[in-house]
Design a protein around this ligand. Structure first.
Ligand code: ADP
Ligand code: MG
Length: 368
C-alpha cells in the first residue's frame, strides 16, 4: 500500500520480505530476505535513498549501524527500539506527560505478586516484545490464574510487565504523522472495535463529543511529538466512562486503524508516511467524506470454503455504493489472518455503517 501510494508521486519502493512473491511485490520491487537478519538488512539498505519499516519487530541494531554509517533511516532506530519494547514505550510516555493507566515491570514472581496486590483483578499481563493482535497478552481473572498467564506468555525470562485493568467504554485510535522537523499532524479520531483482540471494524469520525476528540488528538500529538524521526504512527487509546482518556500503545508505521484514510482523507496514511520520510511537506489529514467505516477481511478458517466467504464479501462490496475492496494477496488463507479489508464511505458515518451492514447481510445470503 506504501508502494501504491508512492507510484503517482514518482517514488519507487523496494521491499525486503522473506516470502517469495510477498504481497509487497505487487507494487514494489521485492528483495527476498529477512528483516531480522542484520546482513540482509544492511545489503538491502545500500541500494536505497531512505529506509523505513512497516513492522516494528525488526533488527534495530542493524538499523543503528546503518544510521551511524550515514544511511537515512526513518523513523530513527532509537524511536523504533523504544516502541518495540512495550514497557519501554510506557516509561517513555510517562516521562513525556502522556496520560496512561498504571503499569509495572514484572521481572519475577515477587514483582508480579506485588503489582497484583496493588492493581487488583482482572490483571492484564503483557509480553514486552513481539506482541500483535493480542498474541502477547494474558488476562488473570484471579490470583489463581497468574501462573497460567505467565506460562502462556512463555515465562518471566521472555520479559513481562503488567497493566491495571482499564474498564474502557470505547477504544479509540488516531493516526499522527511526524515530519523530520518535528511538526505533527493528527488525523480524525476513529472508534475501533476488536473481536478476540483483533481489530474488526473502525468508524470515522468516532461517535464522541468534539471536546474528547480534541483531547485525543492532543494526547496523540504529544506522544508522537516526543519521539525522533519522521513517519506515520498509529496511536491506540481507551475512553473511560467519565470522558477521560488513557493511551494504550502506539505503532511506528501505517496502522490498521488508518486504512480508511485511503478513501476517507485528503492525503492517505501511506502518502503522508512517504512525504514525511522524504522530508517533503506533510499532506492534508482532514476527512474528504462525511464518514468512513473499515472492515477487516479475516480468515475464518483454512482452505477453499473460507476463501469462498471472503470472495462473497468482496463481491457484495463491489455492488455497494461507496465501498472499496483491498485484497492483500497473502499466500494462504489462515484462521484469524488479515487477508484484506473493505472501506465504505458515505455522507456520514451513520450512512457508511448502514451501507456496510447491508453489504454484510448480502454476503451472508440474508435478504432481509
Ligand atoms: P496488541 O499489540 O495485540 O494490539 P494491546 O496491548 O493493544 O496489544 O492489547 C490488545 C487489546 O487488549 C486492546 O485493544 C484492548 O482491547 C485490550 N487491552 C489491552 N490492555 C488492556 C488493559 N490494560 N485493560 C483492559 N483491556 C486491555
Ligand atoms: Mg493494540
Amino acid at each position: 500500500m506504501l508502494a501504491i501510494a508512492g507510484a503517482p508521486m514518482g517514488v519507487r519502493l523496494k521491499a525486503l520480505d522473506p516470502t517469495e512473491r510477498a504481497p509487497a511485490s505487487i507494487a514494489a520491487t521485492q528483495v527476498v530476505g529477512s528483516f531480522r537478519d542484520k546482513a540482509a538488512v544492511k545489503a538491502f539498505a545500500e541500494t536505497c535513498d531512505v529506509v523505513t519499516v512497516e513492522i516494528e519487530h525488526i533488527d534495530v541494531e542493524a538499523l543503528r549501524e546503518l544510521s551511524a554509517a550515514g544511511v537515512d533511516v526513518q523513523p530513527t532506530p532509537e524511536t523504533l527500539a523504544t516502541i518495540q519494547d512495550k514497557y519501554a514505550q510506557k516509561v517513555h510516555f510517562t516521562n513525556a506527560g502522556v496520560p496512561l493507566g498504571p503499569y509495572a515491570d514484572c521481572p519475577n514472581e515477587a514483582a508480579l505478586q506485588s503489582a497484583a496486590s496493588e492493581f487488583g483483578f482482572p490483571l492484564m499481563l503483557k509480553s514486552k516484545r513481539l506482541a500483535y493482535d493480542g498474541r502477547g497478552n494474558a488476562v488473570a481473572k484471579t490470583a489463581a490464574d497468574l501462573a497460567d498467564a505467565v506460562a502462556k506468555l512463555g515465562g518471566f525470562e521472555q520479559g513481562l510487565y503488567c497493566e491495571k485493568w482499564v474498564p474502557f467504554e470505547k477504544e479509540l485510535a488516531v493516526m499522527v504523522v511526524r515530519a523530520k522537523n518535528g511538526e505533527t499532524r493528527a488525523y480524525p479520531v476513529v472508534e475501533t472495535v476488536h473481536e478476540n483482540n483483533i481489530c474488526d471494524t473502525t468508524t470515522t469520525p468516532a461517535p464522541i463529543p468534539n471536546k474528547v476528540a480534541e483531547a485525543v488528538q492532543a494526547a496523540a500529538k504529544r506522544a508522537i511529538g516526543s519521539f525522533t524521526g519522521a513517519g506515520i504512527f498509529g496511536v491506540e487509546l481507551f475512553l473511560l466512562k467519565d470522558g477521560s482518556i488513557l493511551l494504550n500503545e502506539c505503532a511506528p508505521r501505517p496502522h490498521n486503524s488508518g486504512h480508511y484514510t485511503i478513501e476517507g482523507c485528503a492525503c492517505s496514511q501511506y502518502e503522508n508516511h512517504l512525504r514525511a520520510i522524504l522530508g517533503w511537506p506533510l499532506g492534508d489529514t482532514s476527512l474528504k467524506v462525511g464518514g468512513a467505516v473499515m472492515k477487516n477481511i479475516l480468515g475464518d478458517g483454512d482452505g477453499d470454503e473460507a476463501m469462498g466467504r471472503a470472495h462473497r464479501l468482496m463481491g457484495a462490496a463491489l455492488a455497494t455504493p461507496g465501498a472499496s475492496i483491498h485484497w492483500y494477496e497473502k499466500p494462504d488463507m489462515k484462521l484469524a489472518r488479515k487477508m484484506g479489508h473493505l472501506t465504505v464511505v458515505g455522507p456520514s458515518a451513520a450512512v457508511a455503517t448502514e451501507r456496510l451492514d447491508t453489504l454484510l447481510r448480502a454476503a451472508s445470503g440474508d435478504k432481509t
